[in-house]
Ligand binder design. Structure first.
Ligand code: FAD
Ligand code: NAG
Ligand code: NAG
Ligand code: NAG
Ligand code: NAG
Ligand code: NAG
Length: 543
């Protein structure tokens, strides 16, 4: 199964018949290289799509979440390759390196800036889409599971619940996320206050490195294994599969959603939420979804705050916890619903209550939009005056959306350097800002992006400082934008510090060691050290 080495490949290229040596199209060269290097044949008709194929567009669009990156003016790949076997992933890495064709890797396609299916820095490029590598094997006895990169978190939750009603996994709320990309940036969800992130619960991984080798935890070593659990995707290698540790969930959990508008005292209640939310019982996760809604039939707009919660326990105890810690919300028994953990996954993801859990096996997304998003981490409550200014700005936008996610609990107990994700103790909550729109028009995109940038400026006084922190899974290409002609590395240090704090430094050193040619790269991949700042040892390794 081992693919041929580079030198053999180059030799072959020289001695190959005419058709290979003359410059064919990128598609032909790539396909020929894959076939040559693969001992197991690669079926053209199910794994290799060029713009000539009628299904090319539907494959390209299949899992892509941000419609902004599908408009005609955005660059398109020469090829979409959908490996059927791990060895196909190896040869794709080897061939794109050998042929010098830029490679993008896609698992679930939820990247906020479309980095898994669009390259705006380098063309030509090809996409390797891992959606056909999605097997899941759950081992309840060992309390673990191996999950291939192309599986969605919804499929994973379903497969766990199929084997046990008291096991779960603490990853994302949106069920169409690809486990491959999702865990590379952290992966938070409604059990984070009890169990931490998805990435905190990874115990092994199989990756393909820049040389086309398959490595597991033991063979990659602890530095690289540390880096892949939080540095964001596509900087260190291609994740083939994660081995995860399952967590305990009760047979019965409780959910609720309680909405308050400005007219119903939303501002005061949200002020209180900010003061208590990181200290609540770890079994309780209450996020706030903030939108603009109609206050009256005549169309007067207002801001609505929806308190959307999962409690790892039953109603009676939930009501006691709420009465003690957050009575201002006025939660009542009739607001609460008891259900299995798997049903709560569907509830939090926004499915109607009559949808059967099998819907998770379709891996379909409920969210496809033209959108732009940003994130902040808050260490102090925003005063009511600040909230009022925020409402004013939301009311000026067509479809704004904010999601406030509570921290504390287990998130505070894990050290900032345990994995690259550094947003831990001292964080009260995270804000995600979004603006959504419905058309491909350039001007409307510019208008909405401008709005969210101004909102981000308005929020600066309330956000964390030195650095102003951001979540790498909410990829934001505005951060560290090159304004004053600073070098790429200086620019990267800006977003690198925002996403990873002091861990950025270690990530750069590991990157320099394991991928010195910077094969795995994109608009915000971890950079290699500029040669002038390398230690002697690193220079030695490099030459
Ligand atoms: C609607 C929506 C809801 C979301 N909800 C949550 C949430 O609840 N919690 C949360 O933490 N995040 C959430 N996110 C953010 C999400 O975690 C990130 O977008 C994540 O990167 C998605 O992974 P993916 O595989 O689906 O995306 P992709 O777009 O396929 O990949 C994301 C990045 O990882 C790289 N990558 C993909 N696969 C691999 C691989 N196998 N090996 C190496 N690199 C790879 C890609 O090249 C890209 O740079 C949400 C995003 C959306 C759009
Ligand atoms: C794509 O087109 C090529 C050449 O026309 C053809 O051989 C191949 O089977 C097609 N692949 C798919 C997936 O339709
Ligand atoms: C794609 O189609 C065009 C026009 O039909 C043709 O000229 C070209 O050779 C085709 N490319 C491939 C890779 O099949
Ligand atoms: C709000 O009211 C406006 C005007 O009556 C209407 O067009 C819009 O669809 C309503 N929006 C919602 C979310 O109900
Ligand atoms: C809340 O707690 C107070 C005192 O601790 C008690 O008097 C009251 O009945 C409780 N309310 C509910 C709804 O449990
Ligand atoms: C978190 O930080 C606070 C304040 O600095 C400190 O008192 C507390 O002990 C820390 N908690 C943990 C779990 O480290």
């Amino acid at each position: 199964m081992k693919p041929l080495s580079f030198s053999i490949l180059s030799l072959l290229a020289i001695f190959l018949p005419f058709s290979w040596a003359v410059s064919n199209s990128i598609q032909e060269n790539f396909y020929e290289c894959l076939t040559l290097n693969s001992e197991i044949s690669i079926p053209l008709s199910t794994a290799f799509y060029t713009p000539n194929n009628t299904s090319f567009n539907s494959i390209l669009q299949s899992s892509a979440q941000n419609l902004r990156y599908l408009v005609p003016s955005v660059p398109k790949p020469e090829v979409i390759f959908t490996p059927l076997l791990e060895s196909h992933v190896q040869v794709a890495v080897i061939c794109s390196k050998e042929l010098n064709i830029h490679l993008r890797v896609r698992s679930g396609g939820h990247d906020y800036e479309g980095l898994s299916y669009v390259s705006e820095i380098e063309t030509p490029f090809v996409i390797m889409d891992l959606s056909q590598l999605r097997s899941i094997s759950v081992d309840i006895e060992e309390n673990s599971a191996w999950v291939e990169a192309g599986a969605t978190v919804g499929e994973l939750y379903y497969r766990i619940a199929e084997k046990s009603k008291v096991h779960g996994f603490p990853a994302g709320l949106c069920t169409s996320l690809g486990i491959g990309g999702h865990i590379t940036g952290g992966a938070y969800g409604s059990m984070m206050r009890k169990y931490g992130l998805g990435a905190d619960n990874v115990i092994d991984a199989r990756i393909v490195d820049a040389n086309g080798r398959i490595l597991d935890r033991e063979s990659m070593g602890e530095d690289l294994f540390w880096a892949i659990r939080g540095a964001g995707g596509a900087s260190f290698g291609v994740i083939l599969s994660w081995k995860i540790r399952l967590v305990r969930v009760p047979k019965t959990v409780t959910v609720f959603t309680v909405t308050k508008t400005l007219e119903e005292g939303a501002t005061k209640i949200l002020y209180k939420w900010q003061q208590v939310v990181d200290k609540l019982d770890e079994d309780l996760f209450i996020r706030v979804i903030i939108q603009v809604a109609n206050a009256t039939k005549e169309g007067k707009r207002t801001v609505s705050n929806s308190y959307n919660a999962l409690f790892l326990g039953r109603i009676d105890r939930l009501l006691q916890v709420m009465n003690k810690s957050f009575p201002e919300l006025g939660l009542q028994k009739k607001d609460c619903v008891e259900m299995s953990w798997l049903k709560s996954v569907l509830y939090i993801a926004g499915y109607p209550s009559n949808v059967p859990p099998e819907v998770l096996l379709q891996g379909k997304s409920l969210f496809k939009n033209y959108f732009k998003a940003k994130s902040d981490f808050l260490k102090q409550p925003i005063p009511e005056s600040g909230l009022k200014g925020l409402w004013k700005r939301l009311l000026e936008e067509d479809s704004p959306l904010m999601i406030w996610t509570p921290y504390g609990g287990m998130m505070s107990k894990i050290s900032e350097s345990a994995i690259p994700f550094p947003h831990r103790n001292g964080t009260l909550f995270k804000i995600q800002y979004l603006t959504l729109w419905g058309d491909a028009d350039k001007h409307s995109a510019a208008k909405h992006v401008d709005w969210i940038r101004k909102l981000y400026t308005y929020m600066a006084p309330y956000a964390s400082v030195f650095p102003r922190q951001a979540y790498v899974n909410y990829r934001d290409l505005d951060l560290g934008m090159n304004k004053n002609g600073c070098t790429d590395f200086v620019q990267a240090s800006v977003w690198g510090t925002m996403y990873f704090k002091h861990n950025f430094n270690r990530l750069v050193h590991i990157k320099t060691k394991v991928d010195p040619d910077n094969f795995f790269r994109h608009e915000q991949s971890i950079p290699i050290l500029p040669i002038s700042t390398m230690s002697w040892g690193e220079k030695f390794d490099r030459w």
